[in-house]
Write a protein that binds this ligand. Structure first.
Ligand code: DHB
Ligand code: MG
Length: 224
């Protein structure tokens, strides 16, 4: 039923006549053809993020985990005046994402930086501190789950007040609260919920979510 509802609602709210419709499908197809895992953010969620950037008039968005650039294409096509910086550790993913960004006509506004995020962030931080790039109004953390908290903790200082930060894959079919689940990824989800919840720099909520990608959810943090 979740998948059917996604199909029905998307047919109406994101019909094939939408200008970014084909380039988004191209990106998924090319990513699959080039061997990337099928774990891109769901269309409904990626569009919600893009609309949230639009509602806030965000000038600069940051993503941890480019994969094939699917979410970046959503963010950039819905927000023509916004810059997107996206961090990716895998050179093949970056190369495929770059093809997808070019095909989508947004390569001039989306910059992919290759490397471990914790190595790449200091350079971005100095560009933001010097005013060469705007402060972040939107952040999407969707990379190695064990570092969820570290990424959130580090990125807050680069945000403008009122910036919105999302962390993906927090609920994972309920593994968040399943005492049997003692793996690193589940620890990464619990740690970010527990730490963000008591951090005075942000105000947070966790939303459960169902759809074509199953049962999961995200943490939303708003910077004070
Ligand atoms: C996986 C990672 C993701 O970010 C996601 O949204 C779904 C699955 C994974 O690594 O399996
Ligand atoms: Mg994810």
């Amino acid at each position: 039923t979740w998948t059917a509802v996604d199909a029905y609602t998307q047919e109406h709210v994101h019909p094939p006549t939408t200008s970014n419709y084909n380039v988004l499908l191209d990106a998924l197809r090319n990513s699959r053809d080039k061997g990337l895992p099928d774990i891109a953010t769901a269309p409904t969620v990626a569009k919600m993020y893009a609309l949230q950037c639009k509602a806030r008039g965000v000038r600069h968005a940051l993503e941890f985990g480019t994969l094939g650039g699917y979410t970046s294409i959503w963010l950039a096509t819905v927000n023509p005046g916004m810059q997107v910086t996206s961090l990716e550790i895998n050179a093949h993913h970056k190369a495929v994402a770059q093809e997808n960004l070019e095909n989508a006509g947004v390569a001039d506004r989306v910059t992919i930086r290759l490397g471990p995020a914790l190595d790449v962030l200091p350079q971005l931080a100095s560009e933001i501190e010097s005013g060469a790039k705007p402060r972040l109004g939107f952040v999407y953390i969707d990379a190695d789950k064990q570092n969820n908290w570290t990424y959130l903790d580090r990125v807050i200082a680069l945000c403008e007040p009122g910036a919105v930060i999302y962390v993906d894959n927090i609920v994972r079919g309920g593994s968040l609260v399943d005492p049997e689940r003692q793996d690193e990824r589940t620890f990464g989800a619990r740690q970010v919920v527990e730490n963000a919840g008591k951090d005075p720099r942000v105000d947070c909520v966790v939303m459960q979510f169902v759809g074509e990608k199953g049962y999961d959810g995200m943490l939303m943090a708003v910077v004070r």
